[in-house]
Design a binder for this molecule. Sequence first.
Ligand SMILES: [Zn+2]
Length: 474
Amino acid sequence: MQRYCILILALWVLLSAAQPSRNATSSSTFGGSATTTTPPNGGASIGFAFQTTTTTPGFSATTTTQPPPQTPQPTQAPVAFPASSPPAANGPLPAGANGPRLKLPPPMPSAWPGVDNAVLLSGAVLADPLVTDALAYVKSVVPESVLAIPPSTQIDPTGPATIYNSDAVANCYWPKGPCVRANATAYYSPDVYACPQANTWGITYDDGPLYINGTNDTPDLLNHLKQQNIKATFFCVGSNSIKWPDQVYEAYKEGHEIAVHTWTHHPMTSLTNEQVVAEIKYTEAIIYKSIGLVPALWRPPYGDIDDRIRAITWALGYRTAIWTTTPLRDTGDTAGGSSDAREQEILGNVTQQFFPAQPGFVSLQHDISNYTTNVAIKILDLIGQARSSTPPTIGVTPMPVGQCMNIQSYQGSQTPPSGFVPPTPSGLPSGTRNGNTTFSAPKISGAVGCGRVVVSILLVGVVVVVLVVMVVFM
Ligand SMILES: [Zn+2]
């Protein structure tokens, strides 16, 4: 009996010793790569350095993580980001504006909105100081006449269609036209809708993050971007970011630019001023929790914007980034169904129209579903093939929108604050607002839970096998 006890004790020690490494590689469940390693933290130091071959704004290198697996590098080097600090994305406040920009970082809300995108932000969610303080600031810098432009009427509660209730031309309502503002006014900066330099491709993915099982989802897309050494802009939806904050962080850590794409993905012109502010600020807050930075770029869902929305988002510190429509650089991955034939059509169009040397442009793709992400991954594979052809059959260089525009990716600091702790795959760390209100993000279900269950089953299996061997042979 004593022998059994000693053996069981030894087994326990062995299993206990295995615990830390299991935690350290838990992100591999998300990253889809067995050697992805969680950056060291522990709250003492924010410094995280990453093995990237390009210099990307927003990164400070003070400690070094385990290098990622070496992947084939493209033959075409990405355009290096200028050494000098790029200017703020949103431009200066007009003369006479009421004081400095809204204080950053945002206060954390006492509760987060739900994750059902069909439900508009309302009630207590709108009464949080995160929203009320920001709305007061918006009213202090945006002309009353602009804030009085009436909201449009959304036809289908889950769709993009709206009836515009004001002068669509005078207010530059994007869906009619489309209309873009190429010049600044006293209360907004110009829309971003193309990259200014020839042969630069602002490559963007909307509506994520998305985690399915590591295949044809955001982690898979991140791996393929890494293979091609391409950095992109991710316009994140708040209600998805709170489900997978670690994927927002993974994208940032890989050198991608993180931007705002609202919380519920409603057409913004259909919302009240208060709701517009809430859509932006809650998404900003969850991104701040995820990466320790406040984005400088936002994209209206469906491109649905007018001067009222431009002015409100500009007052909140954001530059509006849409995509190129002349010629159209929306891949159409969310339109026309999800058949193999449609996929081939998209891939053919991208190869023929996006790849040749041409004026700079901003594309639209989505990591919203298994289908659209699969298309995005196949486009990356095609980029790789085109680059390695002799001679290369691609004349444009993909890069984040902020880089192609030579503007800052984040408002205020371009590096996370000292002491920032990245989200773990098991959910956001709990926190407090004003030192008294405790909140925590919903626990992440699915992937991480499954990973833990699998590990637990494996451990139990090992114990059972050892016990059986002991009983049989001893
Ligand atoms: Zn979208």
